[in-house]
Design a protein around this ligand. Sequence first.
Ligand code: NAD
Ligand code: 89V
Length: 343
Amino acid sequence: MTELKGALIGCGFFAINQMHAWNDVEGAEIVVICDRDPERLDIVGDQFGIERRYSDAEAMFADGGFDFVDIATTVQSHRALVEMAARNKVPAICQKPFAKTLSDAKAMVAACRNAGVALMVHENFRWQTPIQAVRTALDAGAIGTPFWGRFSFRSGYDVFSGQPYLAEGERFIIEDLGIHTLDIARYILGDVSSLTARTRRVNPKIKGEDVATILLDHENGATSVVDVSYATKLSKEPFPETLIELDGAEGTIRLSQGYGLEITNAKGTTRTDVSPKLLSWASRPWHNIQESVYAIQQHWVDQLKRGAEHSTSGADNLKTFALVEAAYDSASRGQTIDVGAML
Ligand code: NAD
Ligand code: 89V
């Protein structure tokens, strides 16, 4: 298979997973890295044996020598870096959250479309093995047409030690984690027409909300609840599992803590272990997320080579990002938001 050459911008906390995954992905390798922090640049360069290193993304693009760019910085730089990739006609992966605002996200999609380059948002949660198993069961007609769902992520895990910036923003759980859960709800039950949300902050040491409850009206008539919390202290910590309940006309699906999938229909009940693989470089409890990083990056390469649309293309992710903005808007105004009108 021809090797695509990639550049990675942002050598921080999460990029380590992306670099490990690139080592496993078939058909691509990272040949150049960039970080404006020289210490981070050297740590990642030395760990992964990458000689070409830049502190300035503009200079890296000017020198070229790569077929795509993987942007693993935090949200503040996403628009500038995606537009830089578009100007240089380089296909781009952009970490979530895609942008600071929906209008920025729309501009980024337009820039890549006009430049004729692919753009994929690194929205990896839908690529988790247990989420894929739920989707496979639904597609196989295991429960008939779903009419109700719950997508739940409730945890007391300390995410702030690895990602201190999460404690500092005015927005927290919907923008950082709920964005994944909303994307899973869309992936499983389809696009959303309207949304109602309530939020609160329980942890006094952080600035943003750490609890959100969101009611979604899907275009196909299904109703779902997305509930997320980092203020939930349980006897057995579920981080980073998304739990799912689906009721369909002919049965039910339950994805429970510990990666158990239970399907009940006229044939009876089946129980399957849908645990993610523990990749050689992965560590519990992050292995679920880490495996999905590998899966989405392999998907990027495969689709890029075929010239086909990515599952979480920039255009697709506008519909997830709109749910994030709608949730904050709904929570602050106490009103139901028409999501279709935002797109
Ligand atoms: P981080 O702060 O640890 O790392 C970001 C790095 O980018 C830093 O080293 C910083 O110096 C560098 N950087 C920022 N702007 C730059 C620029 N313009 N040019 C060059 N370098 C620049 O952040 P992180 O925790 O690694 O998070 C990065 C992104 O990954 C965030 O958007 C976060 O939401 C996302 N994330 C995703 C997942 C997931 O499962 N998809 C998990 C964790 C974090
Ligand atoms: O996946 C993420 O975006 C992470 C975490 C799971 C900690 O919320 O920031």
